[in-house]
Design a protein around this ligand. Sequence first.
Ligand SMILES: CC(C)(COP(=O)(O)OP(=O)(O)OC[C@H]1O[C@@H](n2cnc3c(N)ncnc32)[C@H](O)[C@@H]1OP(=O)(O)O)[C@@H](O)C(=O)NCCC(=O)NCCS
Length: 158
Amino acid sequence: MIELRELTMADAPALQRIYSGTSLKYIERRPLSIDEAVDLVANTPSCARAEPRDRWAFGIAADDDLLGMVRLRCRTERHATISYLLREDSWGRGYATQAIAGMLRHAFNATGLTSISARHHPDNIASGRVLQKNKFAYRGIRDGWPLYGIHKTESSTP
Ligand SMILES: CC(C)(COP(=O)(O)OP(=O)(O)OC[C@H]1O[C@@H](n2cnc3c(N)ncnc32)[C@H](O)[C@@H]1OP(=O)(O)O)[C@@H](O)C(=O)NCCC(=O)NCCS
């Protein structure tokens, strides 16, 4: 069981570990330095203060261990993209599926968003799978990457 929570400065070393190694293979990012990890945490509260708010970022934690990040970025007032990343040694336990489910609940219950989309590297089968398990619909290939989307419905706001 995972929880989504706000990041604190104490999370910077854990974030640096998350943004490293094989986890970066499919997301076109280079490893995070400790200074960049500190900046990432420092910028998260300023996201929370922006008005209107246009992004959300939560840490993914299990048993007080920070394992990953899930983020929403608004593209319009009603539409956002979602991205996620988990530390490699935590893959394959259903954590990303749970984290995306939690972020969807947040998006559709606590913000004005009505649709979310996501894309993933064509070789990243696991990423497509976690979207499918969260009822995202496949929309086709855009710029070479599979694209998925989901709309807010009555059933998505329990
Ligand atoms: C993609 C990622 C988030 C998945 O995290 P995870 O916690 O391992 O995902 P889950 O355990 O919730 O689910 C993974 C699903 O993919 C399946 N899967 C994993 N590798 C697979 C493969 N090579 N082929 C087919 N299915 C695969 C698993 O079997 C599981 O599906 P199932 O429950 O039906 O069996 C994680 O691998 C990661 O952080 N990758 C690097 C960053 C990234 O790619 N982010 C996504 C782009 S935004």
